[in-house]
Design a protein around this ligand. Sequence first.
Ligand code: TYM
Length: 327
Amino acid sequence: MRVLSGIQPSGRLHLGNYLGAMKQHIELQEENDCFFFIANYHSLTTVQDAVQLRDYTRDVAFDYMAMGLDPEKVALFRQTDVPEVAELAWVLSTVTGKGLLERATSYKDKVAKNIMPSMGLFNYPILMAADILIFKSDIVPVGKDQIQHVEMAQDMAGYFNNVFKCEVLKRPEWRLNDSPYVPGVDGQKMSKSYDNTIPLFETAKKTKKRIMSMLTDSKTVEEPKDPDSCNVFALYTLVATEEEVAALRERYIAGGMGYGDAKKQLAEAVERILGPAREKREHLESDPALVENVLQAGAEKARNVARGVMEEVRDACGLMTGKDTHR
Ligand code: TYM
């Protein structure tokens, strides 16, 4: 299976990114032909500071590899190193109605949060469709918030094939894992733009402090508590073993346990994941050239595929230059 996904370098990556997306990417790398990229063109819609964008871009590469992405098994690259995606995005924009984009919930959410409604932000799903379709991807592993975008890519593949009477673009399928929606410290979706994240890479002390600040109701220690409406418990189910989750559920229901205890348990389970990754990241940071080499090798592999598909696209719509084809 050809697997593709991307992450925006628009701030520090967090547990929502890992549990919802990166974890699946790392699992899928074992058996599949995987392409994972840093969506820096997309980030330009919100990060418009060159130094910051460069830093965030490099950080995503460090984070991915520290969490377990193996560049021997996957192509890891920067979106901008495969400029054919921008070309395909233009072609797709000519077969896509404005009405489709007007239905994008992510655009509406961002505008509601006062992000400038630039044409880039509006056209974001077209660029994302190009990312996916240029690799003829079968599977796109993402969190729940990205499903609508992948469905738009399905639509756009259909529009293109219909208009140009061909089968060049392949319909991709989205894939969720068992944590498609990770709550943040305030119970809303964990998101960079809600300032409610638990970042992947901070000191253990800071991460714990962030977890201890999670919002709960105001039940006393003695009172029984409802695990199913508790944000701390919800996050615990995503990082602890089945036995640990069952044991904590009983303690909630029995009463006699404060939220502080539950948070401490959550912090320990999170540290089991992040502790070893933190060490690995420090090691990677000491050798930035290694990571740059990984990104360049990944780009070369990705670009070879993208070039081939773009040739087919140009051919299908009559954009061939200097080549005489049968069409
Ligand atoms: P981005 O950068 O916002 O997020 C990267 C991935 O993390 C997932 N995610 C979550 N999953 C569960 N719970 C959460 N709280 C949570 N927060 C983030 C996202 O669903 C995503 O899978 N548009 C994409 C980037 C992109 C892309 C693509 C993805 C650009 N081109 C092509 C796939 C294919 C985005 O903004 O993700």
